[in-house]
Each structure stands twice: as structure tokens, then as C-alpha cells.
Design a protein around this ligand. Structure first.
Ligand code: HEC
Length: 176
């Protein structure tokens, strides 16, 4: 896929992440401040100085995901259902299947399953974003994980933002 395409997808991705965070029901009271901080880090992190970046990193460490994509977070049946949806809804544009390997990690390493879920739900299929059911979207996420050779387990992924925010996307053995 060409560079310009990926660039526009990362801006779609940034806004998907933000809306996911601000609409999460858990962010009330004190955690609301935290959500605002996370948002600020996401928006200004790139241009901010080292002290701000360190503060952002500390915040992320405190509230960060507790599992990773290597912890058998989806089931094989779920991925197979996602495969069927993918063939029907996605291959007409993505004829080589989901992005995998190094290219996938270049985009998603360090983000959460929720970021990926929200980005796809809010922007894909490109000719009708959000058109599929929530179940379709979560099954598609399982299929994407399978395509990336993350291991399957007994339990299915659920479309709960809270659960998805707890799953970190990282290479095997963790981010370096
Ligand atoms: C009408 C064509 C079209 C359809 C249908 C479509 N996509 Fe896309 N998709 C694109 C284009 C073009 C891009 C890259 C440009 C962009 O990100 O805006 C993209 C980018 C993506 C990305 C981010 C970049 C990457 O390769 O990881 C993901 C993930 C994705 N699509 C998933 C899906 C899924 C899942 C479906 C099926 C529900 C789907 N797309 C259906 C055209 C389409």
C-alpha cells in the first residue's frame, strides 16, 4: 500500500482513539482528568518537550494495559467468523488480506486492541464506515490477530472498550 494511504489512515486512527477514550463510561470523576491528560498527550505528545513526554509515559504506565495480544485473547471460531466477514466486506479493496508483520507493528506497536477496533469501526469499510454490526467488527479484529499469528485461546474477544483497552499490541517478547 502506498505511503499517502497509510498517512491518512493514521489520522483517522488518531481521532478513532480519542473518541474511544472520551466515550468510555468508566471515565467519570477523577478518571475524567486522566482521560483528558491522555488525550492531551496523544495530541501534543509529538511536539512537547522531554518533561511532558516523560509525564505522559508515566501516566501511560500507571493505567496501561495488563495483557497483550500474545495472551490468547480471541478464539479460533471467532477468527473464522471474522474471516468470512473479511472475504465479504474487505477483500474487494484489501485483496491481500489484513496488514501483517512488520508493517502492522510499525502502525500498531504500543497501541491497544481498542485503538485498532475503533479505527476499523469508524473508518472501514471505506465506502460505508460503521455499516457492519459490532459483532462483525470484533470478529474482524480476531481475524486480524489470527492473520498476525497471535495465538488463539478458549475465550472470545468482546466488543467492550474496557476489555480491549487492556490488551496491548506488541511484538512477541514485548516492545523493545
Ligand atoms: C472501498 C475500499 C475499501 C474497503 C471495502 C475496505 N477498505 Fe480498509 N482501507 C481502504 C484504503 C484505501 C485504506 C488506506 C487509506 C486510508 O487509510 O484511508 C484502508 C486502510 C485500512 C486499514 C489501515 C491500514 C492497514 O492496512 O492496516 C485497515 C486496518 C483496514 N483498512 C481494514 C479494513 C477492513 C477490516 C475492511 C472490511 C470491513 C476494510 N478495510 C474495507 C479501502 C477499503
Amino acid at each position: 500500500m502506498s505511503d499517502p494511504g497509510l498517512r491518512s489512515s493514521s489520522s483517522a486512527l488518531a481521532s478513532a482513539g480519542q473518541s474511544g477514550r472520551s466515550s468510555a463510561p468508566r471515565y467519570e470523576g477523577t478518571t475524567k482528568t486522566l482521560a483528558a491528560a491522555v488525550l492531551l498527550c496523544a495530541v501534543f505528545g509529538f511536539t512537547a518537550g522531554p518533561r511532558v513526554l516523560a509525564w505522559c509515559a508515566a501516566g501511560a504506565a500507571q493505567t496501561g494495559p495488563t495483557r497483550s495480544v500474545w495472551d490468547r485473547v480471541y478464539s479460533k471460531d471467532q477468527a473464522d467468523r471474522g474471516d468470512a466477514v473479511y472475504q465479504q466486506e474487505c477483500t474487494r479493496c484489501h485483496n491481500q488480506g489484513p496488514t501483517t508483520g512488520v508493517t502492522f507493528m510499525n502502525i500498531w506497536n504500543g497501541r491497544t486492541a481498542d485503538d485498532l477496533f475503533q479505527m476499523v469501526k469508524n473508518t472501514m469499510p471505506q465506502d460505508g464506515p460503521g455499516r457492519l454490526t459490532r459483532k462483525n467488527y470484533i470478529d474482524l479484529l480476531a481475524y486480524t490477530f489470527k492473520a498476525n499469528e497471535f495465538p488463539a485461546g478458549d475465550a472470545e474477544l468482546t466488543a467492550e472498550s474496557e476489555q480491549l483497552q487492556g490488551i496491548r499490541i506488541e511484538p512477541k517478547g514485548g516492545s523493545k
